[in-house]
Design a protein around this ligand. Sequence first.
Ligand code: ACM
Length: 550
Amino acid sequence: MKFISKKWPAGFSILLLAATIFAADTNELGLIPLPQKIQRLDGAFQLAADTQIFTDPNSFSTGEFLAAQLRQSVGGHFKVSGKTLPGMAITDGILLTTAGADPFLGGEGYALTVTTNQVIIRAPTQAGLFYGVQTLLQLLPPQIFSSNTVADVNWIIPSVQITDVPRFKWRGFMLDVSRHFYTKAEVEKVLDAMAWYKLNTFHWHLTDDQGWRIEIKKYPKLTEIGAWRDGVGFGLATNSTTAYGADGRYGGFYTQDDIREVVAYAAARHITVVPEIEMPGHSLAALAAYPQFGCPGNTFTIPTKGGVLAGIYDPANEATFQFLDDVLAEVFQLFPGKYIHLGGDEVPKETWKKSADCQALMERENLKNEDELQSWFLRRMEKFVNANGKTLLGWSEIMHGGVAPSAVVMDWIGGGKEAAGAGHDVVMTPTGFCYLDYYQSTNHTTEPKAIGGFLPLEKVYSLDPIPAGLPPENEAHILGGQGNLWTEFIPNLNYAEYMMFPRLCAVAEVTWSPKSAHDWDYFKTRVVQNEKRLDAFGVNYRHDDSETAK
Ligand code: ACM
């Protein structure tokens, strides 16, 4: 292997360049999300079983990540050498390095150059190098995503020069594992697919009325009782899922070891896991296990149907807060990320209205109504969250009655613009663009049963996470956007994937690619090319029929 000294052109600054897309030249590449700047060069790099990967010492594991995928589908050795000296480049091989990377590429950007005799990815960070690797994989034939060696493929990488930075820092996907349980292996498969599209935030909806899915050592009944229910429910067939315990009850949960494994699996793909522990509503599974933390005089059973259900924590009982603090203390140990999602949506306030203790608390604390009681509840939780170095995140309704001072708002039914205007960070997940549980066609006879709504691919693709009318000085508070998959009617991964793909690809593009590059017709062609990648990995998807459905 021959080393030559070669540097990225001096003074190169992606910030000064508008998105320059040479669509005519790059159509066949089918990249999703579309890079900020891509230029097709003549020729291609021929990958061979003995192609070597060179990295600087700190980038060795990113090199190994690439090598592992190549070994799986191409076969061959793909030796990784982590001794490359800073500033050096190679001929006839693949180089991944932070050395000489343009600092303007920031925390997640990368520059990728493919010529006939070398592939070079430079990025200031490992996340950037990882995203360069993902783009490189997409440049290869789609069989590269296969878990088994594929014979008779010409493994060529078209020559290109790409510079790429994301538009938003929060590019998310939420999976509801409460309504139906998804195993650790299934969650890891979802994380694999998220990584291909440079999604970086996995919002794990771990608790809700229908199931509590995370082991809490101090409160074992949360999973002994709260993780199981009588039957699959939601009018679904018993055999639509395999998530049954040895005793025939339906459900499941993640042990703390499982959680650690998933968090590490995600971290290896530069994905942060944001756990959601719902409160004060959507808490029937917890209250079925520990009814003493609900308002006295109520009974709590785990439901087999959805909707806004009564069963909320009792804020007039000090022990409730001790319980919730104890639970969160264990959750914080498992998730190193900055954010904790505490839900806060769809809280039915009737129980608090009828509770003499809650009314007395409101009087004592000078709270005018139950919205203010909910705000008081979450402000109190926020103090504990902040004392543990974390940031509270909650759904739109956390703004009712006054939002907690440092809370981040996840907008699903509005409030994002107001919250950002008031200086809060915001993640946009508006139902009309981001609810992946909605139908993908108005013809329900050809679709599996869904919760309702209508969210075709084109509508997802039309999302601009920046709310209309938000003053430019507040735009930085919009962290990004996310697709949400509530699973009431989605009892297995095959169906979940059908709802995710390709709509999640659209979420990825509108949160990563520059707004000026969004082009529905061009995206549609890439979606079809992308189907081959999903086929290779064995991911189910809905074939985009937006042409014929018109
Ligand atoms: C929600 O969809 N209830 C946040």
